[in-house]
Design a protein around this ligand. Structure first.
Ligand SMILES: O=P(O)(O)O[C@@H]1[C@@H](OP(=O)(O)O)[C@H](OP(=O)(O)O)[C@H](O)[C@H](OP(=O)(O)O)[C@H]1OP(=O)(O)O
Ligand SMILES: Nc1ncnc2c1ncn2[C@@H]1O[C@H](COP(=O)(O)OP(=O)(O)OP(=O)(O)O)[C@@H](O)[C@H]1O
Length: 356
């Protein structure tokens, strides 16, 4: 992930109810569609314990972004109880001085005027917001840490897919998008890891998925990474997906299944909150931080912001599922029923056929 380096960050003043607070320097890390994420740096003094290892996430002024305290309640109600606390990006609310928001908005504006931020020109933080979220910092804290973000996506087949499917939901949608995007096919294929490989595959299957993830991650790095480090990362990640990582994915899969056992096409009206939770869990991020010298690894699920049914989302989900079915993407009609070997479903069927 690219960190925007700002030579002059505005001073940030966070007022914590209990501890009281003083001025700190902050650095813009990411401007997303819904939030802006900041790194917090101590100006002259080291950061206090409650701020160290944390990022600050501030919400934008958008009709589809909920107030911060609602976001926190939603996380605590819908997602925090599903996993061990060590497995999710923690969220804690901090009170913000209005001067903080003003300074941050000022910084965003300056960034736009400098031409460094072309996208989302009119976006700004919500002025009426009094809170921000402190979240576990999953970015590498030193040159000896290596970070990977991956989206596990659909860890089991869509409940609406036909029994004769040779592509899983994620691979079917990817195949459709690749076919639509023609020129981008190779890029998509490079990034493609079938989610089922990690959660259902044997050792060899998982290893090759891990190699693909690492290859893609290294491909995106600007510097030339050490070959030994790359080997280390691959081995450590493979071990992770054999142990704790596999446990996290299985838990995620279990919730995806129980929260939406029937699929969007079996639901006539508006889907309930359980379905929205399932869709959130099908789009969350697994942040992984690997220490290159002491074998340490920290992994947490993030982006657990409950999806909203507004903005035509439900219609979009229905439409996607319908087109995957009707246009034959699950059954690979585009390739005469022979899905590319990338999808674990296809490989599973091939080996079953060979055994019989
Ligand atoms: O439709 P999908 O499965 O590709 O997922 C979308 C994501 O695409 P990707 O993970 O890159 O394939 C997509 O990710 P990107 O923006 O492509 O990074 C969003 O997360 C989108 O959710 P929302 O509309 O922002 O709430 C995601 O949309 P939904 O989860 O709401 O369908
Ligand atoms: N806890 C974290 N540790 C490290 N990086 C993070 C963390 N949370 C978010 N990020 C980075 O910041 C980006 C944006 O964060 P977030 O998903 O909260 O914002 P968003 O506005 O919802 O993003 P989007 O543009 O996907 O809508 C993430 O994609 C990730 O790269």
């Amino acid at each position: 992930m690219a960190a925007l380096q700002l030579s002059k960050a505005p001073k940030l003043c966070i007022v914590s109810g209990a501890a009281g607070w003083k001025e700190e320097e902050q650095q813009l890390l990411w401007v997303g569609g819904a939030n802006v994420v900041y790194r917090i740096h101590g100006a002259d003094v080291p950061l206090p314990a409650w701020l160290s290892g944390k990022l600050l996430r501030l919400r934008k002024e958008k009709p589809f972004v909920r107030p911060t305290s609602e976001q926190l309640v939603s996380f605590n109600t819908h997602f925090r109880p599903l996993f061990d606390p060590s497995q999710t990006v923690e969220q804690a609310q901090v009170h913000l001085d209005q001067a903080v928001l003003a300074a941050c908005n000022d910084q965003l504006r300056k960034l736009e005027h400098s031409g460094k931020r072309q996208k989302r020109r009119d976006d700004h933080l919500a002025d009426a917001e009094h809170f921000g979220l402190l979240i576990t910092d999953m970015t590498p804290s030193s040159g000896r840490e290596f970070a990977i973000e991956l989206k596990p996506k659909w860890l089991l087949q869509s409940p609406n897919a036909p029994v004769e499917a040779v592509r899983c939901r994620t691979c079917a949608l990817r195949a459709r998008r690749n076919a639509m995007a023609h020129a981008e096919v190779e890029v998509h294929a490079q990034q493609a890891v079938c989610p089922l490989s990690l959660v259902e595959g044997d050792e060899t299957e998982r290893r090759s998925a891990v190699e693909r993830i690492v290859r893609h991650r290294y491909h995106k790095l600007e510097h030339n990474p050490d070959v030994a480090d790359r080997q280390f990362v691959t081995d450590r990640l493979a071990e992770f997906f054999r142990t704790e990582g596999l446990a996290i994915l299985k838990e995620l899969r279990r919730h995806q299944q129980s929260l939406d056992p029937d699929g969007i096409l079996s639901c006539a009206g508006e889907p309930d909150e359980r379905f929205l939770r399932a869709m959130t869990l099908r789009d969350c991020t697994l942040f992984i931080k690997i220490h290159l010298t002491n074998n340490g690894l920290e992994a947490r699920l993030g982006d657990l912001d409950l999806k909203m049914a507004e903005k035509g989302k439900v219609a979009k989900w229905r439409k996607i599922e319908r087109s995957l079915l009707d246009e034959g993407w699950y059954t690979a009609e585009d390739t005469g029923g022979q899905a590319e070997v990338g999808c674990f479903l296809r490989r599973k069927q091939d080996s079953r056929r060979q055994r019989n």
